[in-house]
Design a binder for this molecule. Structure first.
Ligand code: DPP
Ligand code: ZN
Length: 880
């Protein structure tokens, strides 16, 4: 495929003001009649022919201003439509095409999920429904008439408001939907099916009534109530936090089982992967509940950041995604514990985005070139994009941030905007030049910050020497310095928070920086001297993870212990525990090579005090006890990674910690036993998190007692969190008890596909040699299907991303398994195949033997004939 470059952006030659669709649903032959009101774009290229996008379409009929077109007037292929000499003035083009929803295995365009019809048009799926200017800067008002067999599809949903419906001959019926808000075609959607629903009325802050409904598979209605609750809270929150109200008479959500993404923000008709809608205490974990809350919020928030204001082109994807992730993160932080939310977001960023930024698939938050846009729905665009918005707020302050957002909404409502448009609003609101800040959108790679500190006891001054550098990434060898907001504090000898007071003169720290506890690093180096420091302090740096950077080198164990015990910043207390755990793991790796062993006594004691204190937020204690994952450790290692070495060092730490803490853990496991009734709220989830991290460490320390405890919890659990956590603990203890538990779990939940996904996923992550064969067996299971993305992700995605020792097995069996699945899946669902293949994105950081096998695998995949654009793009860049 052709490279698409940001620098080549040109406004469209034509605009389509109105789209009238008449879609007659049929399983294999759906007829799509489109009437497009087109005119030349005054800002576009004069005299150009009209070139519409298509993808696999069968053209039935075409007419211009009511008259059939002569064959020589146009040129149509399945993938394009060209009107050679369009009129100079406005005109109407009527196009009729056939599409086959049943044959659509890509899940892009119009397809079938179960017995329902549904659509997915972002990024370029609308062209699989009708010929169109399939680009986000063409905004149109849509009217959609949907017709279907009434018994097959009694429910017919479209964008906007319902404006008509009726019965037809032959058992068919129709519904008409009109969306008054101009939108790009990627936000088009329709659904037809025999679905159940729940509904609720919502009154906006200005008194408009909105009918909310969530549609699900019949019989699943009760499982949608938490999603509805989340939706109502999201709508209220957006009014309060951003002054944004909903704008249509109805808001519909439909849950489907076959979906490539998490969900899709189509105007007034969000379509969801049912994983992010359906929940009950018996079937959903606390993290499922949290996921539903955040994805419901995310898609709803897109109504303003994405839909009312959309993107000029796909390079600006972060304009809607990064900003909307930021908004949903803030929503969840307000609904739950802010500190726990931040920790889990940063865990996610480091697990997904940092490796992407450090490997061959690294790209700027706003890329400047792509071959396949579907491969840019990445952690960089989403999560790092959100971090940029967060930094912006930290730099200009809350009030100016809100003013900038208001300006953005007022100025760009109804348009397709750019990152420059967005930043200009904040520059104007704050009076600050954001030119250097905009490098965060343009330069890829994770900045590294090194810190030297020095305490002068005689002068009572404390000096921080900061330095930033950013490693090269593909196509960007030299990096300019970023503007990095560094939130910090100083912790005194007794654990008290010292008042920051910058020495006058050369040091450069301003009174404002000291008052806010945020210094800015915008040059390669900066030295800051604090005065009136009574004794040697420990610097608590990057509080709340104020910038997406790596801080190196780590502080001494004593300093980290002081932070773990005393830091007023919850995030950095957790970070101190993580850093101490990493030190321990690396010391163990050294010891295995004949070096000095780990001395964990002080670290373990500190954790013991946390567990025993029994006060504060149990979810924060649980986070402190959740050791860095094998993937975290590999990332910190950076090069010559040997997953087996990491696994044994980490297991050793878990075993020793479990033994050391055993009495305290047993006590915590009992203390946090389930209470009467189930609530998915954050406090209850925190208790469960603590109980389950205790169980897992107990079993790591002593399988002989922890195993039976896990068996009992598994059998007696009254909610899915406790049950699946017990099963996860058991899954690391080979033997009959484990296999019996897996069998019992399957028997109990075999009818619930979302729970069966958990059953598949857990087995794929067992860190044992036999697992690769087990995964092959699971793929032959009657419940396995390549047609269902969630199932493929549960089995193969979990294996490739969550089982490092097996995936990176030295005999190449893990890579071979991935290769087989990617190549089999590619012709059916290239988006999903490409996503799976990106599990190999960090191959260059492996030790040599594994690196060679990974490279051979990638080369073999790339040499396969008829590869999709999606997979060949990932393989090419991974090797590049
Ligand atoms: N549906 C995806 C999301 O909301 C893509 N827009 O992030
Ligand atoms: Zn989104």
């Amino acid at each position: 495929p052709q490279a698409v470059r940001l620098a080549d952006y040109r406004p469209p030659a034509f605009l389509i003001d109105a789209v009238d669709l008449d879609i007659s649903l049929d399983r294999s032959k759906t007829r799509v009649a489109a009437r497009l009101a087109i005119r030349r774009n005054p800002a576009g290229q004069a005299g150009a022919p009209l070139a519409l996008d298509g993808d696999g379409l069968v053209l039935r009929r075409v007419a211009l201003d009511g008259a059939p077109l002569a064959p020589e007037a146009y040129e149509a292929t399945p993938d394009s439509f060209l009107l050679r000499a369009p009129p100079e003035g406005p005109f109407t083009l009527e196009i009729e095409t056939d599409v086959d929803p049943s044959a659509n295995t890509q899940l892009s365009g119009l397809y079938r999920s179960g017995s329902a019809y549904c659509t997915q048009c972002e990024a370029e799926g609308f062209r699989r429904i009708t010929y169109f200017l399939d680009r986000p800067d063409v905004l149109s008002v849509y009217t959609t008439r949907i017709e279907a067999d009434k018994s097959e599809a009694p429910v017919l949903l479209g964008n906007g408001n319902p404006v008509g419906a009726g019965d037809l001959d032959g058992g068919r019926h129709f519904a008409i939907w009109r969306d008054p808000f101009p939108k790009p075609c990627y936000l088009f959607a329709l659904v037809g099916g025999d679905l159940g629903h729940i509904s609720e009325s919502y009154r906006t802050s200005s008194g408009r009534d909105v009918e909310l409904a969530i549609y699900v598979e019949r019989g699943k209605e009760p499982f949608a109530s938490y999603a509805m609750d989340s939706l109502v809270r999201s709508m209220r929150w957006d009014e309060q936090a951003f002054g944004r109200e909903y704008d249509l008479d109805v808001f519909n959500i439909v849950a489907v089982s076959d979906f490539n993404m998490g969900a899709m923000e189509n105007k007034g008709l969000n379509i969801f992967n049912d994983k992010y809608v359906l929940a009950s205490p018996e079937t959903a974990t606390d993290s499922d509940y949290a996921g539903i809350e955040s994805v419901i919020a995310h898609e709803y928030f897109h109504n303003w950041t994405g839909n009312r204001i959309t993107c000029r082109d796909w390079f600006q994807l972060c304009l809607k995604e990064g900003l909307t992730v930021y908004r949903d993160q803030e929503f969840s932080a307000d609904q739950r514990s802010r500190a726990v939310k931040r920790i889990s977001d940063v865990r996610g960023l480091r697990a997904q985005q940092f490796p992407e930024d450090a490997g061959p698939l690294a790209h700027p938050v706003r890329p400047s070139l792509y071959h396949e846009i579907n491969n840019f729905y990445t952690a960089t665009v989403y999560e790092k994009g959100a971090e940029i918005v967060r930094m912006l707020k930290t730099l200009i302050g809350e009030a100016d941030f809100r003013r900038g957002m208001d300006l953005y909404f007022a100025r760009f409502d109804g348009t397709a905007a750019t990152v420059e448009d967005f930043l200009a609003c904040f520059a104007e609101a704050s009076g600050r030049d954001l030119a250097q800040f905009s490098l965060w959108y343009e330069q890829a790679g994770t900045p590294q910050i090194s810190v030297q500190s020095d305490y002068d006891a005689a002068a009572k001054t404390f000096t921080l020497a900061l330095e930033q550098s950013t490693p090269p990434t593909p196509g960007q060898s030299d990096k300019k310095p970023f503007v990095i907001p560094l939130a910090l504090g100083l912790i005194g000898e007794n654990g008290d928070e010292l008042t920051l007071s910058a020495a006058p003169g050369e040091t450069g720290a301003s009174g404002e920086e000291c008052a806010r506890g945020v210094v800015e690093l915008s040059t390669p180096k900066r030295k800051i001297v604090f005065e009136n420091v009574p004794s040697r302090p420990v610097a608590s740096l990057l509080r709340g993870f104020s910038a997406p950077v790596r801080l190196a080198p780590p502080q001494s164990a004593e300093d980290l212990e002081r932070l773990l015990a005393h830091d007023s910043d919850s995030f950095n207390r957790w970070q101190a525990a993580q850093s101490l755990a990493l030190r321990s793991v690396f010391a163990r790796i050294e010891a295995a090579r004949g070096g000095e062993g780990a001395d964990d006594k002080a670290f373990f004691d500190a954790l013991k005090r946390l567990v025993e204190a029994g006060e504060g937020d149990p979810s924060l204690v649980a986070q402190a006890l959740s050791l860095p994952s094998e993937i975290d450790i590999a990332r910190e290692m950076g090069k010559d990674v040997d997953p087996d070495v990491i696994y044994s060092a980490r297991s050793g730490l878990r075993r020793d910690l479990g033994r050391f803490l055993a009495p305290a853990l047993a006590e915590a496991h009992a203390r946090f036993a389930p209470q009467e009734g189930f609530s998915p709220d954050a406090a209850s989830a925190g208790r469960r998190a603590m109980r389950n991290v205790a169980l897992d460490l107990l079993a790591a320390g002593d399988p002989a007692s922890g195993g039976p405890l896990a068996e009992r919890q598994f059998a007696e659990a009254t909610n899915m969190t406790d049950r699946i956590c017990a099963l996860a603990t058991l899954s690391h203890l080979p033997g009959a008890a484990r296999e019996d538990a897996f069998a019992a779990f399957y028997e109990r939940y075999r009818k619930d596909h979302l729970v069966v996904d958990k059953w598949f996923a857990l087995q794929s992550t067992i860190p044992e040699v036999e697992t690769t064969a087990r995964v092959a067996r699971l793929m032959a299971h009657e419940d396995f299907s390549l047609a269902n993305p969630n199932r493929v992700r549960a089995v193969v995605g979990s294996f490739a991303n969550g089982n490092p020792t097996r995936f990176h097995a030295l005999d190449g069996s893990g890579y071979a398994l991935l290769e087989r699945v990617v190549l089999e899946l590619d012709p059916k669902n290239p988006q999903l195949a490409a996503r799976l293949l990106s599990a190999l994105r960090s191959w260059r950081s492996l030790e040599e033997r594994r690196r060679k096998i990974a490279e051979t695998t990638l080369r073999r995949i790339l040499a396969t004939p008829d590869l999709s654009a999606d997979v060949s793009d990932i393989a090419t860049r991974a090797l590049g």
